[in-house]
Design a protein around this ligand. Structure first.
Ligand code: BG6
Length: 287
């Protein structure tokens, strides 16, 4: 299929020679790798990149990219069936296809990518589906992940837009918008707790807040990043801190202070149940 490409969009070979879509308009700029439909950069015009990327990230076919916006689908975290399949599901490892690009009348640029079901069936997704990612680049970045159940039986999935944000120093960064929300504390054996006040980071942090549809604000003392969402019942907050950073081969030992993840997710208590012929969209808007 041939798609019309607006002047604001270019296709080139990115790091590791992987195919990349670059978007630059008067409002902002972004980069998307077709492997994983992975947004690795979003810079509003006149500003700095909102997204964090590890200098140690791999850029190789079939390997996850560390930073930016990984897509978790159709499971969140370890393989739920314990079959040794990749953590956070297969969508982030598959090569996606760009299907449309458009310059919108308000100056934003829209890119649509699709995942060929064949690319995600190995190993283990044995039900028909259609998966789309829409990325809209303007002063804000809007990302929408849509799952369609094209099969004849119900489909249950997790998903997450696993966004890595760049911060000056996570130790002096706060997150507001989750006060009073319950969470599962994955670094405390899955204990159920309730958030009191703003979130501050004093050690490894790995939490699934649920239910919450609210907007979150990251304040690192230099800038405030607003993270809004729709179609997502859970917000995941993650920073690996020292030991876990050291344990990850594609994450620099000293990089952890410069990042945190705020993820728009559907997982744990509230996966997505799709009857045949129905669809679900998970959206995150950052700016
Ligand atoms: C977070 C999880 O969403 O992703 C963490 O809550 C996990 O438990 C982190 O460590 C990174 O996952 P991965 O598979 O990209 O190393």
């Amino acid at each position: 299929m041939t798609i019309a490409i607006p002047d604001s969009v270019t296709l080139d070979a990115g790091k590791g020679g992987l195919p990349r879509v670059r978007v630059r308009n008067a409002l902002g700029a972004a980069e998307i790798y077709l492997d994983g439909a992975h947004v690795t950069s979003f810079t509003p015009a006149g500003g700095a990149d909102l997204l964090w990327m590890s200098a140690q990230s791999l850029f190789a076919e079939g390997k996850p990219i560390r930073g930016g916006i990984p897509l978790c689908w159709p499971w969140f975290g370890p393989d739920p069936k314990g079959l040794g399949r990749t953590g956070h599901g297969v969508a982030r490892l598959a090569r996606w296809t760009p299907v449309a690009a458009a310059q919108l009348h308000d100056g934003r640029t829209r890119i649509d990518l699709a995942l060929d079901p064949c690319a995600a069936t190995a190993p283990g997704i044995d039900q028909p589906f259609h998966l789309d990612l829409t990325v809209i680049v303007g002063r804000e970045l809007e990302v929408r992940l849509t799952t369609v159940n094209t099969g004849r039986s119900a489909l249950t999935i997790d998903d997450a837009l696993h966004t890595y944000f760049a911060v000056r120093d996570v130790r002096s960064t706060t997150i507001t918008g989750l006060e009073g929300i319950g969470y599962v504390d994955k670094v405390d054996g899955g204990a159920r707790k309730v958030q009191a006040g703003a979130i501050a980071f004093t050690g490894e942090t790995d939490r699934v807040y649920q239910p919450t549809a609210g907007t979150v604000v990251i304040d690192d003392g230099v800038r405030r990043i607003r993270v809004a969402k729709a179609g997502s019942a859970a917000t995941v907050v993650w920073n690996p801190w020292t030991a876990k950073a050291k344990a990850m081969a594609d994450f620099g030992d000293d990089e952890w202070p410069g990042m945190l993840c705020i993820e728009a997710a559907n997982c744990l208590d509230a996966p997505i149940h799709l009857l045949p012929g129905t669809a679900h969209t998970t959206t995150q808007v950052i700016g």
